[in-house]
Design a binder for this molecule. Structure first.
Ligand code: ADP
Ligand code: MG
Length: 198
């Protein structure tokens, strides 16, 4: 069973991973965006862990809802409201039980991903974070490791795609041949689940 402490570990592992990979995320965003994705997410997830150090909510849903609110209020780029909505909606879908199963997390994350799609008007194949998140939700029913592998494969599969949403879409054909920064950070978020479970 997954409790509030698990969700806090998930957020800390994401913060560590995003900080480690900050330069890579920024380099990817400099190719097809404005070179701020690494800094955006480091700032956001650092604020999330700082908030969770101060007050750890006592349910998994409340931890994710708090994390989502912090991302929305600290990240200026498109990814702040999008990741914020992902975590807030996932948290809301988990309700107020003290422990949840991996299957319940998969279902709630599915609701979170749907909220991201609604907010950003994107779908799988548009070369966004959804290309990593959607297959991850699908595979989360199997295991955390399967979800991480699916997210990584989804991020890699954005390379040949032409961006249809966000800043990269302004480049049209020139966005082809580059890996999407948001799909790459989404794979870090999902990969951090494996660390939280270890
Ligand atoms: P900005 O584009 O405002 O500089 P970031 O660089 O932090 O914000 O984030 C860019 C990432 O956000 C993209 O790589 C993409 O994955 C994601 N993104 C952008 N627009 C959308 C959207 N409409 N729906 C889903 N994801 C999006
Ligand atoms: Mg950017």
């Amino acid at each position: 069973m997954l409790d509030a402490a698990f969700m806090s570990r998930w957020m800390s592992a994401t913060a560590a991973s995003v900080s480690r990979e900050e330069t890579r995320l920024t380099d990817l965003d400099s190719a097809i965006g404005d070179a701020d994705h690494g800094a955006n997410l480091r700032r956001g997830f650092t604020a999330v862990t700082a908030a969770l150090d101060k007050e750890t909510p006592d349910t998994p849903g409340a931890v994710l809802a708090l994390a989502g609110r912090r991302l929305i209020s600290t990240v200026g780029g498109a990814s702040g409201p999008l990741y914020g909505t992902l975590l807030r909606s996932t948290g809301k879908a988990l309700g107020d039980t003290a422990e949840v199963t991996r299957a319940q997390l998969a279902e709630a994350l599915g609701a979170g991903v749907a909220a991201v799609a609604r907010l950003g008007g994107a779908a799988a194949g548009d070369k966004t974070m959804l290309d990593a998140l959607e297959p991850a939700v699908e595979a989360l029913g199997t295991s955390f490791a399967a979800a991480a592998a699916a997210a990584e494969a989804g991020a890699l599969a954005t390379v040949p795609l032409r961006a249809r949403k966000g800043r990269a879409s302004y480049l049209g054909e020139r966005s082809v041949g580059h890996r999407d920064p948001g799909a790459t950070s989404a794979a870090l978020l999902v990969g951090a689940l494996v660390e939280a479970a270890a």
